[in-house]
Design a protein around this ligand. Structure first.
Ligand code: GLU
Length: 429
């Protein structure tokens, strides 16, 4: 039987195919043990569940849910729960693989996992969200736990969902178990700085990139630069604000409805205020309306794709003019587009590095919860900044050493650590 047979189960989505392609490329460059590579191509374990929910109108609707653990070599599975109408097993598996790489890259004692429910969260009432979350938690309860696999928020979920997950799990165990999820509200054991952590990290690495590029002869100054942010949610809005606060001109932001553009720079705090009140950017009158595709094509210095995967592909890569891209979302640029953009001089800070701030502070939350000893926000931010800088430097060093882009270098850096651990632990039986 050929070992190249495709599984037919995991690898049906472009995101998964891209993730494996990227892994193969990095593996080849670094001369990775082929047995290790073989193992990493497939997740360790997946659970598919159906989730019946009594809707507000009395009818019962069933939703599809998944939890996938890609690797638990370095520690418990770790990764968010996504509520999105396009979620499927293959996509969740790819995202679990990215979590393995992310946690290994930044040196956390955690593996990689991901979960998702195929649902349009905008169509559900609060009561329906709660019922869906609680029943899902109960269905996957044998797979999760503070030492086993620790969910967190992702697209379509937030701290409230984590509170419901924690409560459901705790009810089943008979005592409060805050460590079963991260991204919880502070009142029940969440960490200060967790909501802003991903967006902050996305901007920290832009600053490191500017410093590095300037050593190579560029003359970038953040406050003289322009930026555009695709996706104005938990990651994008914070990243836009962090850039704005540093004097960078954020000329465009967008959500699922489309984008807002002002060549003189948007008033980001005001746009955030509008978003908080209206839950969409639609209707904001003090800027020009553009499409998401227009946003990608803007002549800007910095681009942050912070919405969802697969937004920059071979269909639009030639329009992208940004000099630096920091991937706020997971997998926003396809392998092909990444190669093209890097060859054309674009400096891409890859997802597993750029957006790792979220899981880093999730780790802090887990540690604080286990110790029942909580840190102030300055401490959280300082430790976050230190880990991000350290990871950035290690990736940049490998980019030099292997003469490759930051994306491959990040995977190489991640797999260097992970493969050592895999080889030391060995194969069971
Ligand atoms: N969903 C976030 C991510 O993709 C955070 C995961 C976590 O904190 O566990 O990195």
């Amino acid at each position: 039987m050929s070992h190249n047979l495709r599984s037919g189960l995991w690898d049906t989505s472009p995101l998964y195919q891209n993730a494996v392609l990227d892994l193969d490329m990095a593996g080849k460059k670094m001369g990775l043990d082929s047995n290790v590579l073989e193992r990493l191509r497939m997740p360790k374990k997946a659970m598919c569940v159906s989730i019946p929910v009594r809707m507000d109108d009395g009818s019962v609707k069933t939703f599809e849910g998944y939890r996938v653990q890609h690797s638990t070599t370095l520690g418990p599975g770790k990764g968010g729960i996504r509520f999105h109408p396009e979620v499927n097993l293959s996509e969740v598996s790819a995202l679990a693989m990215l979590m393995t790489m992310k946690c290994s890259l930044v040196g956390l004692p955690l593996g990689g996992a991901k979960g998702g429910i195929r649902v349009d969260p905008a169509q559900l009432s609060r009561a329906e969200h709660q019922a869906l979350t609680r029943r899902f938690t109960m269905e996957i309860i044998s797979m999760i736990g503070p030492e086993q696999d620790i969910p967190a928020p992702d697209i379509g979920t937030d701290a409230q969902h984590m509170a419901w997950m924690m409560d459901t799990y705790s009810m089943a165990k008979g005592h409060a178990v805050p460590g079963v999820v991260t991204g919880k509200p502070v009142e029940i054991g969440g960490s200060l700085g967790r909501p802003e952590s991903t967006g902050r990290g996305v901007v920290y690495v832009i600053e490191h990139a500017i410093e590095l590029l300037n050593k190579k002869g560029h003359k970038y100054v953040l406050k003289n630069m322009t930026a555009a942010v695709n996706g104005f949610g938990k990651v994008g809005a914070v990243a836009a604000l962090e850039l704005f606060n540093r004097g960078c001109k954020v000329v465009a932001v967008s959500d699922f409805f489309g984008g807002l553009y002002d060549k003189n720079g948007l008033n980001v705090p005001e746009v955030i205020e509008y978003m908080n009140q209206n839950r969409t950017l639609k209707g904001y009158e003090k800027a020009q309306v553009i499409t998401n595709e227009d946003l990608f094509a803007l002549p800007i210095d910095i681009l942050i794709p912070a919405a969802i995967d697969g937004v920059i592909t071979n269909a639009n890569m030639k329009n992208v003019k940004a000099k630096i891209i920091s991937e706020g979302a997971n997998g926003p640029i396809t392998s092909e587009a990444q190669t093209y953009l890097e060859q054309n001089g674009c400096y891409i800070i890859p997802d597993i590095l750029a957006n790792a701030g979220g899981v880093i502070v999730s780790y802090f939350e887990w540690v604080q919860g286990l110790q029942q000893f909580f840190w102030n926000e300055n401490e959280v931010n300082a430790k976050l900044a230190e880990i991000m800088l350290n990871a950035f430097n290690r990736v940049a060093a490998n980019a030099e050493r292997y003469n490759c882009g930051m994306k491959s270098a990040a995977l190489i850096t991640s797999v260097e650590r992970l493969s050592k651990a895999m080889l030391l632990r060995g194969l069971f039986p």
